[in-house]
Design a protein around this ligand. Structure first.
Ligand code: ADP
Length: 450
C-alpha cells in the first residue's frame, strides 16, 4: 500500500487526486511554483514542496525538480494528472528508475502512443479501425499524392508528435499538397522538435467519441462506455457528454469490445482513453491518451466508479474492483469546461477573483481550485473550473445544467460561462445532432451577423 503520493500537478486536477488519496487514507505531497504558493492544492495537501519559479518549464515540467521533491518528501508514488509531465515517457521511466511508482501506464506504452504514426499502426495491428491515409510518416510526396487521390480530397496533414489540436493542415486540392506538407513539417519541427507528419482522410462531419478503459496488471481490462467530445473550438474540447446522443447500446457494446480486445493485446495498464472519429456509423481511431483526462468525471457520474481510485489501486498491483458485467451506465452527464477568457476574443483573462460561488444541489459537481480572493496566475492553462451535471435523462441533465450555470458566480475576471449558456440553449445542441464543426460554424455565423 502507498503511504504517501506526490501529485505532480496543480489546479483542479491536483485537488481531484488529493481527494481520492485522502479517501484511501494515503497522505499527499503537493508541489508548486512560486506563483502557486497560495493555491488550493497546496493548502489542502498534507505537505508541500516549492519546486521553482512560475514558468512551467522551470517548475511543473522540470523532471529533476519533481523527482527531488519526491525524494525529500519520502513519497512512494507519483500521480502526474493530465498535461505537464503526464505523457512524458522519459519522466515515467525516471520515476520508476528512482524507485517510485508511476501511477499510470508503462513508459513504453506512453512512448508508443505519443508517436501518432506508431500509435496508429499499433492500433490497426490490434484490430482497431483507423482513418484511411498514408502508411506511416510522409517521405515521398509522389507516393502520398497517389494515396490522397485514391482516398479523395480533402485530406488532413497531422504531426506525428502533435497534441492539443495543434499543427494540422487541411489540403483541399492536389496542387496545394506539396506546399502544405512542407509547411506542416516545418511547423511540427518548430512546435514539437519532430518534423514527421502523416496524412489522413479529412472527415467531413464526424463526431469525436472516445472510450474510457481501465486495465490492471492481472490481465483484466474493462471499458466504461463512451464520451462525446464533439463540441470543440480549434480542435479543443469545450463541453463533453456521456453517453453520446449518437450511439445506441449495440454500437456502444461493439466499439467497447473492439477497444477492450485491442488494449488487452497491447498489454496496457492503468486508465486510458481511445479516441475515435465517428461518421456514418463507422469508427476511426485517431489517438490514445495514456493518462487521466479532463473529462473523466462524466464517466464517473454515469458509472459510479472513481477512476482516480482505480488508477491508484491498479498501480499498487490490485485487481480492478469491477468486471465488465458490473458496469452499468445510469442516466446522463455533461461537463462544461469553464475557462478564464474573454468571451469575444478568447484571450486568457487571468487576474483576481472577487466573489466566487459554486453551484450545488442534486447531481451537481464542481471541480475547481478557485476561491474568493484568489488570483488566477497568467502562467498556466486558462481552465479554472469544470461543472459536471448528472441527471436521470439527457433532458433532466440539461435542465439541471441550465440552473447550475445560472447559479455560478465568478466575479472579477471574464469566463466562458456565457458561452456555455449559449451552447446549451441552441437547438443543434439540444437535439444532439452536432458534429465537431458545429460550434465553430455557430460562432462564425454570429460574427457574420454582428
Ligand atoms: P491532438 O492530439 O492534437 O488532439 P487528434 O488526433 O486527437 O489531435 O485530433 C484532434 C481533433 O482534430 C479531433 O477531435 C477532430 O476534431 C480533429 N481531427 C483529427 N483528425 C481528423 C480527421 N481525419 N478528419 C477530421 N477531423 C479530424
Amino acid at each position: 500500500m502507498f503511504e504517501k503520493v506526490l501529485i505532480a500537478n496543480r489546479g483542479e486536477i491536483a485537488l481531484r487526486i488529493l481527494r481520492a488519496c485522502r479517501e484511501m487514507g494515503i497522505s499527499t505531497v503537493a508541489i508548486h511554483s512560486t506563483a502557486d504558493t497560495d493555491a488550493m492544492h497546496v493548502r489542502f495537501a498534507d505537505e508541500s514542496v516549492c519546486i521553482g519559479p512560475p514558468a512551467a518549464k522551470d517548475s511543473y515540467l522540470s523532471i529533476q525538480a519533481v523527482l527531488s521533491a519526491a525524494a525529500i518528501s519520502g513519497a512512494d508514488a507519483i500521480h502526474p494528472g493530465y498535461g505537464f509531465l503526464s505523457e512524458n515517457a522519459d519522466f515515467a521511466q525516471m520515476v520508476v528508475e528512482h524507485g517510485f511508482t508511476f501511477i499510470g501506464p508503462s513508459a513504453d506504452h506512453i512512448r508508443l502512443m505519443g508517436d501518432k504514426v506508431q500509435a496508429k499502426a499499433a492500433a490497426k495491428a490490434a484490430g482497431i479501425p483507423v482513418v484511411p491515409g498514408s502508411e506511416g510518416a510522409i517521405e515521398d510526396i509522389k507516393d502520398v499524392a497517389l494515396i490522397a487521390k485514391d482516398i479523395g480530397y480533402p485530406v488532413l496533414i497531422k504531426a506525428a508528435a502533435g497534441g492539443g489540436g495543434r499543427g494540422m493542415q487541411v489540403v483541399r486540392r492536389e496542387e496545394d499538397l506539396e506546399d502544405l506538407v512542407k509547411m506542416a513539417q516545418s511547423e511540427a519541427a518548430a512546435a514539437f522538435g519532430n518534423g514527421a507528419v502523416y496524412m489522413e482522410k479529412y472527415l467531413d462531419k464526424p463526431r469525436h467519441i472516445e472510450i474510457q478503459i481501465m486495465a490492471d496488471t492481472h490481465g483484466n481490462v474493462v471499458h466504461l462506455g463512451e464520451r462525446d467530445c464533439s463540441l470543440q473550438r480549434r480542435h479543443q474540447k469545450v463541453l463533453e457528454e456521456a453517453p453520446s446522443p449518437a450511439l445506441n447500446a449495440a454500437q456502444r457494446a461493439e466499439i467497447g469490445e473492439i477497444t477492450v480486445n485491442a488494449i488487452s493485446k497491447l498489454g496496457y495498464q492503468s486508465a486510458g482513453t481511445v479516441e475515435y472519429l465517428y461518421e456514418d456509423g463507422e469508427f476511426y481511431f485517431i489517438e490514445m491518451n495514456t493518462r487521466l483526462q479532463v473529462e473523466h468525471p462524466i464517466t464517473e457520474a454515469i458509472t459510479g466508479i472513481d477512476i482516480v481510485r482505480e488508477m491508484i489501486r491498479v498501480a499498487q498491483g490490485a485487481k480492478l474492483s469491477v468486471t465488465q458485467d458490473d458496469i452499468v451506465l445510469r442516466g446522463h452527464a455533461i461537463e462544461c469546461r469553464i475557462n478564464a477568457e474573454d468571451p469575444e476574443t478568447f484571450a486568457p483573462s487571468p487576474g483576481k477573483v472577487g466573489v466566487y460561488h459554486a453551484p450545488g444541489g442534486l447531481g451537481v459537481r464542481v471541480d475547481s481550485a478557485l476561491y474568493s480572493g484568489y488570483t488566477v496566475p497568467p502562467h498556466y492553462d486558462s481552465m479554472i473550473a469544470k461543472l459536471i451535471v448528472h441527471g436521470a435523462s439527457r433532458n433532466e441533465c440539461l435542465m439541471r445544467l441550465r440552473r447550475a450555470l445560472e447559479e455560478f458566480v465568478i466575479d472579477g475576471i471574464s469566463t466562458g460561462i456565457p458561452l456555455q449558456q449559449r451552447i446549451i440553449g441552441e437547438r443543434g445542441f439540444v437535439d444532439g445532432t452536432y458534429d465537431i464543426h458545429w460550434l465553430e460554424t455557430l460562432m462564425a455565423a454570429d460574427k457574420d451577423g454582428a
